[in-house]
Design a protein around this ligand. Structure first.
Ligand SMILES: [Zn+2]
Length: 340
C-alpha cells in the first residue's frame, strides 16, 4: 500500500458541543446535560458532504430534514472553503454533522464557531478514532486517512456513531435510530458481499487501481485491490514530475489497461499519465469517472453511498476485467446484485 506524505497544517483544536459515540443525555461527555430536541417537528440537520447527507437520511429517516453544504458530485471537500452563507446555514441548524479526520480541511473555523452558539455537533468518525486497535489507515506522518465511506465495515461503524449521537439529542426516538443503524449495516454488508462477487472477475495481476488522488485505500482493503494514486490523501498539494514518471513506469511494466478519473478532482494528472504511456507505446484508457469524495447528484441512483459504490464497482469491473463484455451485458443484472 502506498501512502505518501502530505503537508500537515497546524490544526486548530475543535471543541464544539460534540455529541456522539458513548454519550447520552444523562451522561454527556462535556459534563453538561446535552440539549434535547425541542418540539415534534423534524430535526434540521446540516452536514458537510452529500455522502453524509445520505447517512443522515439512512439513520434519521423521517425524524430529520437534512441539507449538505457541499451538495454535489464535483465538489472537493479538502479544499472547499465555506462561504458566509454556508456559515449561516451551519449556525441555523438544530444539529451539525461532519465527517472529520480533517476531510473538511477548511471548515475548522466554521465548526469552531458553533461551540459559542451551543449548537450540537456529531463527528461520524469519532467512534473509529476511539478504537483500539484502530482500523484507520495512517500516513507516515501519523494522519488518519479520512476516506472511510467506501469501506462498508467502517461506514457501518460511522452509522452506529451517528445513531448514538442522534439518540443523545432526541432520546425519545433512540430505538428508531438504533434499528436504522442495524438495517443500514446489513445493507452495507450485502453490498460488500455482492461487490466482491462482481469484482472477482478481475484477475490478480490486474487488481491495481490508479486514481487521481489517494481516496481508495479503504476500498482496496475491502475489495482486494492495490492502489496507486497521483496525489496523496488530500488534494491540497500538486504531485511532482517524479511521481508521474513512477506511475508511468508501473503502468507500462505491468501493462495495466485503465486508470480512473474522479468526480471531485481535476483530470489533468490522469491525462498526463495517458500521454506519457502513449509516448512509451502503451495504450492506456481512462475508465469511467469514479465517485471518490462525493456521491452523485440529488435524484440520481448515485446520490446514495450504496449507489455511488455500485457505480464504482461496476465501472472498475468493466475497465479491468479480461472479458468486459460479460459485465456490460450483465450490467442491469449486476446492479440488481450489488444494490441491496
Ligand atoms: Zn479525498
Amino acid at each position: 500500500m502506498e501512502v505518501r506524505r502530505i503537508t500537515l497544517r497546524l490544526l486548530i483544536a475543535l471543541t464544539p458541543v460534540l455529541i456522539g459515540c458513548g454519550t447520552s443525555p444523562s451522561t454527556p461527555a462535556t459534563g453538561e446535560r446535552i440539549q434535547q430536541h425541542q418540539g415534534t417537528g423534524p430535526i434540521r440537520v446540516v452536514c458537510t458532504t452529500n455522502i453524509l447527507k445520505d447517512l443522515v437520511r439512512q439513520i434519521g429517516g423521517e425524524r430529520v430534514q437534512v441539507t449538505a453544504i457541499m451538495d454535489g458530485p464535483g465538489i472537493d471537500p479538502h479544499t472547499y472553503t465555506p462561504s458566509p452563507k454556508d456559515t449561516n446555514a451551519l449556525t441555523a441548524a438544530d444539529l451539525v454533522v461532519y465527517s472529520g479526520l480533517h476531510l473538511e480541511g477548511q471548515f475548522d473555523e466554521a465548526l469552531e464557531s458553533l461551540k459559542f452558539r451551543g449548537i450540537p455537533v456529531i463527528c461520524v468518525t469519532e467512534k473509529l478514532t476511539q478504537e483500539t486497535p484502530s482500523r484507520l489507515i495512517q500516513t507516515e506522518e501519523g494522519a488518519a486517512d479520512p476516506h472511510v465511506w467506501f469501506s462498508p465495515d467502517l461506514w457501518s461503524t460511522c452509522g452506529e456513531c451517528l445513531a448514538e449521537g442522534l439518540s443523545a439529542y432526541d432520546s425519545e426516538n433512540s430505538e428508531q435510530y438504533s434499528a436504522a443503524a442495524t438495517a443500514f449495516s446489513e445493507q452495507l454488508a450485502q453490498a460488500k458481499h455482492n461487490g466482491i462477487m462482481l469484482l472477482a472477475r478481475i484477475p490478480d495481476d490486474r487488481r491495481v487501481l490508479v486514481t487521481a488522488h489517494d481516496a481508495f485505500e479503504y476500498f482496496a482493503l475491502a475489495f482486494d485491490f492495490r492502489v496507486q494514486a497521483v496525489q496523496g490523501i488530500s488534494t491540497d498539494s500538486e504531485p511532482g514530475l517524479r511521481r508521474i514518471n513512477q506511475l508511468t513506469d508501473l503502468l507500462v511494466e505491468r501493462r495495466i489497461s485503465a486508470v480512473f478519473t474522479e468526480q471531485s478532482v481535476s483530470d489533468k494528472n490522469i491525462t498526463a499519465l495517458v500521454a506519457n504511456c502513449a509516448s512509451k507505446g502503451h495504450t492506456l484508457k481512462i475508465g469511467a469517472r469514479l465517485f471518490s469524495d462525493t456521491a452523485g447528484a440529488e435524484g440520481t441512483p448515485e446520490e446514495t453511498l450504496c449507489g455511488a459504490l455500485l457505480h464504482n464497482i461496476t465501472q472498475i469491473a468493466i475497465a479491468l476485467s479480461e472479458s468486459p463484455g460479460d459485465i456490460i451485458m450483465n450490467d442491469t443484472e449486476a446492479k440488481t446484485q450489488v444494490a441491496p
